[in-house]
Write a protein that binds this ligand. Structure first.
Ligand code: PLP
Length: 399
């Protein structure tokens, strides 16, 4: 099918919820993807922080193919070895004893909030409130879009679930004023991704941990975008010297096969009993085999180290561009391979110009270019992106 035919089918039949770029992608290899007209793109978005190993990684492809040939799905009425091994690995990696496997980020956050409510109610019937941060992003289900403190995701879906409140991200005074005996959980991204790659002030997350402890509230980290090595450690919270009570994962965990997970401290997890939560597909053998292959490749290929080193290089190079084009890039921030370059104006035009020149990035929060490439890129790939961006910014001129 040619490009126009595919786009016409989509226009006729798909729910009109996506503003897609006019490209039909067909295959990928390493950090590159190819469209159905043979054009090659360097993929520094990686399916929005998902393809941690790039495209067509031999270890991941082999694991998925082998598992697909053995058993794709069997429900959670039975045990599988791959699921047992995956939950063991995640628990050992996190310091949290219990794991539930879901299918997406939103679902992982839903489960985490359900668990927090159950646990809160063990202490008091009124301990049900959940505090989240403004400009956060936690998903598109009714509860997760309510947790997501951005009006654009909530408008039109009222009445929203009750018991949520929002505070400015990184503002400890506001958090102190908000947390009370009624708070069952504070839910935060350690670095806000969708909201514009916002890194909180040093010590903020640790102070929130202490505040939660003081009020008997749970601390939930949404590491759906920051987790699985993106920030240079497996979990971003490792760099803060703290552990949450619950952490959620998804996106990169299985390298592109749909998956989500929430992990909880033993005592918290005991608030759930048989029948309290579940999923038909969650934790199916295909997704678990893929996740195990991703974790294995991360260790064997030193990807945490790579994310640290190349993230630094990417930030340095973007800062050089910011100096060269001060009227265009105002700030560069991030950690590891989640990097944002804030612009003085809207970024969609720059993203489209990069795409035209064969580089995929995206723009979030309207004016923040976001770079979340596979973790196994090299310095040469960064040079390639920077050269293209340099040309695009030169043509673009100041806002
Ligand atoms: N939480 C964070 C931090 C995210 O970045 C996202 C997706 O962008 C989600 C939750 C929702 O994940 P999903 O789209 O898999 O439901």
């Amino acid at each position: 099918m040619n490009k126009n035919a595919v786009m016409a089918l989509d226009a006729q039949y798909y729910l009109p919820v996506f503003a897609r770029y006019p490209i039909v992608l067909e295959r990928g290899e390493g950090p590159y993807v190819y469209d159905n007209e043979g054009k090659k793109y360097l993929d520094f978005l990686a399916g929005i922080a998902v393809n941690l190993l790039g495209h067509g990684h031999p270890g991941l492809v082999k694991a998925v193919a082998e598992q697909a040939g053995k058993l794709i799905h069997c429900s959670n009425l039975y045990y599988t070895e791959v699921q047992a091994k995956l939950v063991q690995k995640l628990a050992q990696r996190s310091g949290l004893e219990r794991v539930f496997i879901a299918n997406s980020g939103a679902e992982a956050n839903e489960g985490a909030m359900k668990l927090a409510r159950k646990y809160g109610k063990l202490q008091s019937e009124s301990k049900v409130e959940i505090i989240t941060a403004q400009h956060s992003f936690h998903g598109r289900t009714l509860a997760t879009l309510t947790a997501t403190a951005q009006e654009k995701y909530q408008k039109g879906y009222e009445p929203l679930p009750q018991g949520f409140s929002h505070v400015p991200f990184g503002d400890l005074t506001a958090m102190e004023a908000a947390v009370s005996a009624k708070t069952c959980a504070v839910l935060l991204e350690p670095i806000q991704g969708e909201g514009g790659v916002h890194v909180p002030p040093a010590g903020y997350l640790k102070a929130v941990r202490e505040l939660c402890d003081k009020h008997g509230a749970l601390l939930i980290f949404d590491e759906i975008q920051t987790g699985v090595g993106r920030t240079g450690t497996f979990f971003a919270y490792e760099q803060e010297g703290i552990t949450p009570d619950i952490v959620t994962l998804a996106k990169g965990l299985a390298g592109g096969v749909p998956i989500g997970a929430f992990l909880a401290r033993e005592e918290v997890a005991q608030a759930f009993h048989a029948g309290d939560h579940g999923s038909t597909f969650g934790g199916n053998p295909l997704a678990c085999a893929a996740a195990l292959a991703v974790m294995e490749a991360m260790e064997e290929e030193g990807l945490l180290d790579n994310a640290n080193k190349l993230g630094q290089l990417l930030q340095d190079k973007l800062r050089q561009l910011a100096q060269k084009y001060p009227g265009v890039i105002t700030t560069v921030r991030g950690r590891g391979l989640i990097v944002g370059a804030e612009l003085a104006g809207q970024g969609r035009g720059i993203v489209e110009a990069c795409l035209e020149k064969g580089v995929i990035i995206n723009c979030t929060a309207g004016n923040v270019l976001r770079f979340v490439p596979p973790l196994n890129i090299t310095a040469a790939h960064i040079e390639e992106v920077i050269a293209v961006l340099d040309g695009v910014l030169k043509e673009h001129g100041a806002f």
